[in-house]
Design a protein around this ligand. Structure first.
Ligand SMILES: Nc1nc2c(ncn2[C@@H]2O[C@H](COP(=O)(O)OP(=O)(O)OP(=O)(O)O)[C@@H](O)[C@H]2O)c(=O)[nH]1
Ligand SMILES: [Mg+2]
Ligand SMILES: [Mg+2]
Length: 592
């Protein structure tokens, strides 16, 4: 396969690979209204074999699916804390918690398969109904979409909860799937999370009271070392006159959101009497024991969609907790691609009136978000984007800690630029990239569409695929560029025909079975369009990578060449591109 691909590269001309079969050796696999609306979606080219590296990650029945999202760097003290930068009140900021709750309500409104959720601090767990078929139960799709939609809501709703406070940088969340083999396991999971809420809240209440009373953080930590629950309650009462039980339920118990039936007035009769209907609406509840039999049995919808709790949880079994902490790892020493794709962007582009078939502003917005991703994550060496998708290539894996150490030595910009992934943790990498990208998309929207409001929050899904060699990673990228070309050529013809008065099905008929040269001919003859003169971004997609600026920065222990992230619209199938930029796939950036 690789040899075949290399042969195709050899006969590449003027930006388009021409073979007997067409562009990039692709063969037409079907005729559809718009190419990107096709059932198979991806073009059928000789590079298509790269799809065989994708692995299935279905969460099989009867496992219950829980997705937990967690704010990235909201707390970890060694990085700039999101909560500190935005001056959250200590230990609990009611506005921040209400914002989290409001996003959780939006989640339940958007995804009917989520039947229960529980959250405190910067985390939220979403429980899907036992029969869910959401995204064919594929773990990475579910976890990425959940993190993305939540992030989108968080950024969108920020102003509502923090009217005085500007978002200083893009918040993002990581997420993971916890699969619970039975309702008993789910019950333990919920008990575990609520127990954590209680323990953390009690600890941080004591800690911050001590700090506010004049102790240093270190002194306060020392005082609390080894204390039991009862000791902490005593400390609060004796020293600060605080009865822990009287603190707000929101802080002590966390919040759950689930749907209950409420009577809604839908309209009024002529005589003024209301017409009421029962509606299922998400409700926020602060229950003392969310894993208790009593609480669960009070809510028929939870019993129906998830099952009933046989007994109360007497002890949180450590073996169960181990399973909650388990995460899938990606293959070591492989190139990793994270491909993200806009969720239902066909609708999104219609609602936001994107130009057809290509909207320059929308593509530039995607590119700008991808640049931000490369600036944030040094481990990403290359990105390629087209339409509503972006592929991010992570450097062939060296161990996470080694990388951290190396970059710590050459510390050059601000801290934010030196965040790395817990290397092989699949859900961590996928969710963080998708979430950060989404955050950027919402934040940057006005910069690219100053006249148009975002009508609803966009979301993206993502997946990770490992490729063992740089030849194959190049074939992967070639596959995406061939796809870009095929879609663009088809869509350009299709929309020109439609704009000239043909119906969509007539346009489809005209293009049925046509090959690349015929489409170019059609554009030239009928519309005087030279396909190769169309904007290069539409024809070749966008590639993003770092180049050296030629400048250096001096540190105590040496010098480092500066680099910058650039967007380029070039042919990445050709050998010449990779020869000109050997750093991207072949060697690590030089550090002296
Ligand atoms: N008009 C216009 N539409 C675009 C543009 N970029 C992306 N789109 C739309 O986004 C869609 C992207 O294709 P897909 O990702 O396959 O479809 P989707 O609707 O996002 O569906 P899922 O990805 O399965 O959720 C295209 O079919 C277009 O309808 C653009 O620049 N202009
Ligand atoms: Mg899409
Ligand atoms: Mg797409």
């Amino acid at each position: 396969m690789v040899a075949a691909a290399a042969a195709a590269r050899g006969i590449f001309c003027a930006g388009v690979v021409q073979t007997e079969k067409g562009i990039g050796g692709w063969e037409w696999s079907g005729d559809f209204c718009e190419r990107t609306r096709s059932k198979s979606k991806m073009a059928n080219s000789r590079y298509e074999y790269v799809k065989s590296f994708e692995v299935e990650d279905e969460v099989f029945m009867p496992n219950l699916i829980v997705v937990r999202i967690d704010g990235r760097d909201f707390q970890r003290w060694y990085l700039i804390r999101f909560s500190q930068v935005h001056e959250f009140e200590k230990p609990n900021d009611e506005r921040a918690l209400n914002l989290m709750n409001s996003c959780a309500v939006a989640m339940l409104e958007e995804y009917p398969d989520i039947v229960f959720s529980y959250g405190y601090s910067d985390e939220y767990s979403f429980v899907f109904k036992k029969t869910t078929k959401f995204y064919q139960r594929r773990a990475s799709k579910i976890l990425s979409l959940t993190a993305s939609f939540f992030t989108s809501m968080y950024v969108t709703k920020w102003k509502e909860f923090f009217p005085q406070e500007k978002l200083r940088y893009a918040p993002s969340f990581h997420s993971r799937v916890i699969s619970c083999a039975s309702i008993e396991v789910l019950q333990t999971y919920l008990a575990w999370r609520q127990n954590d809420c209680h323990t953390n809240n009690q600890y941080s209440t004591c800690l911050w009271m001590l700090i506010k009373s004049g102790k240093t953080e270190k002194e306060a930590e020392e005082i609390l070392k080894g204390t039991q629950k009862q000791d902490k309650n005593e400390l609060l009462f004796q020293q600060f006159g605080i009865n822990y039980k009287n603190l707000p339920e929101l802080f002590r118990r966390g919040s759950c959101v689930f749907k209950t039936e409420v009577e809604d007035i839908v309209k009024y009769h002529e005589d003024g009497t209301p017409v009421k209907r029962l509606r299922r609406k998400p409700r926020i509840v602060h229950s003392e024991n969310i894993a208790g039999r009593n609480f669960w049995s009070e809510h028929p919808c939870l019993l129906k969609e998830l099952g009933c709790f046989e007994e109360n949880v007497s002890k949180i079994k450590p073996d169960y907790v181990r399973s909650f902490l388990f995460e899938n790892k990606l293959m070591p020493c492989a190139w990793i691609v994270i491909r993200i794709d806009g969720c239902h962007f066909h609708r999104f582009s219609e609602v936001h009136e994107f130009e057809k078939p290509n909207d320059e502003k929308a593509l530039n917005l995607m590119n700008s978000c991808a640049v931000a991703v490369l600036e944030e994550f040094q481990d990403i060496t290359f990105a390629y984007g087209v339409s509503d998708e972006y592929s991010f290539v992570l450097k062939k894996g060296s161990p996470f800690f080694q990388r951290r150490a190396r970059f710590a030595l050459s510390f050059q910009y601000n801290f934010l630029q030196f965040q790395h992934f817990h290397y092989n943790l699949c859900s961590e990498i996928v969710s963080v990239i998708v979430s950060f990208f989404t955050s950027m998309y919402v934040l940057k929207w006005k910069e690219f569409f100053p006249q148009n409001d975002l009508k609803y929050p966009p979301s993206f899904d993502g997946r990770a695929v490992c490729y063992p060699s740089s030849d194959i990673i190049r074939d992967y990228l070639s596959w995406r560029q061939v796809d870009c070309h095929i879609n663009n050529q088809y869509n350009t013809c299709f929309w020109m025909l439609v704009k000239s008065g043909k119906s969509k099905s007539e346009a489809q008929g005209c293009l049925k079975g046509t090959q690349a040269p015929e489409k170019n001919e059609l554009l030239l003859q009928k519309f005087s369009i030279n396909y190769n003169k169309l904007p290069v971004m539409f024809r070749q997609g966008s590639s993003i990578f770092r180049i050296e600026t030629g400048k250096t920065t001096t540190f105590e222990n040496g010098e480092k060449l500066q680099n910058e992230v650039i967007v380029s619209h070039c042919n990445i199938i050709e050998q010449s591109f990779w020869r000109t930029h050997p750093n991207i796939l072949d060697k690590e950036p030089p550090i002296t």
